[in-house]
Design a protein around this ligand. Structure first.
Ligand SMILES: Nc1ncnc2c1ncn2[C@@H]1O[C@H](COP(=O)(O)OP(=O)(O)OP(=O)(O)O)[C@@H](O)[C@H]1O
Ligand SMILES: [Mg+2]
Length: 228
């Protein structure tokens, strides 16, 4: 290097970290309040590592070894997460933290985030909207955040939609982050007057969720009251 006149010692050191384009693009789609979110919860951080480790490059099956690089690794199959706990305990924060961490880890992440209520509203059959087409797109997205399940008023139609969405994702082991305010099932400690997730989504959806998700319980005070 020195022979070519490139003096390493004289080269100014960059004073800002190199931008990660994928992370910058993802940032714009993340709600403002969660743009600095970090997945510091140990169970969420462990899930991020599992998903990042399982990410595979397209055509990584060794069929064309002569063509060199097989492309950037992409989020593939893996377990899902069920983040549950009282309002304001940081579930959505950790969910976006996980999306940011995966993007920063350098794997290609095609992700979509929606609340269950927004999803039901968007999918309502109406003129110019093909709900089947929308459902087919959303069931296949490699990483899905389905926020606030069980908060909206349920109906047979929402139960059917949840079932079709989660059944497909469970069968194909597509990573999904589900958040809810409700405890998944009734236990001795559950207030008998309050509903649990099973009451809201039905047995069959709850069964899929328990099969595909690692449950993570969020406790503590409502962080929104602590903010100034
Ligand atoms: N680890 C954290 N560090 C800093 N701020 C946090 C953290 N976790 C949550 N917050 C902030 O606390 C507020 C509530 O968090 P969040 O929206 O994630 O709660 P939630 O559990 O999703 O609540 P809800 O069930 O009502 O949707 C947000 O403004 C969020 O930015
Ligand atoms: Mg939330």
């Amino acid at each position: 290097m020195a022979e070519r006149g490139i003096g390493l010692a004289e080269r100014p050191l960059p004073d800002t970290p190199q931008p990660i384009p994928a992370l910058e693009a993802a940032q714009l789609r993340i709600p403002f309040a969660y743009r600095d979110a970090v997945a510091e919860h140990p169970d969420v951080a462990a899930w991020v590592r599992t998903i990042a480790d399982a990410a595979v490059a397209p055509n990584a099956d060794g069929l064309h070894p002569h063509y060199g690089n097989t492309g950037r690794r992409r989020v593939a199959h893996g377990p899902s997460l069920l983040l549950w706990g009282n309002t304001g305990t940081g579930k959505t924060h950790q969910a976006y933290g996980a999306i940011r961490a995966l993007t920063a880890a350098g794997c290609g992440v095609l992700w979509h985030a929606t609340t269950a209520a927004d999803l039901y509203a968007e999918m309502r059959p109406r003129a110019g909207v093909d709900p089947e087409f929308m459902l087919r797109r959303i069931v296949r997205v490699p990483l899905l955040l389905l926020d606030d399940v069980g908060a909206a008023k349920g109906s047979e139609w929402t139960e059917e939609l949840n079932f079709r969405l989660l059944n497909w994702r469970a069968q194909n082991r597509l990573p999904t982050i589900v958040t809810t305010n409700l405890p998944p099932v009734r236990t001795q400690d559950t207030d008998p007057r309050k509903p649990v997730l099973r009451d809201k989504v039905g047995d069959r959806v709850l069964s899929r969720l328990s099969g595909m998700c690692t449950p993570v319980h969020f406790t503590g005070p409502d962080r929104r009251f602590q903010r100034r």
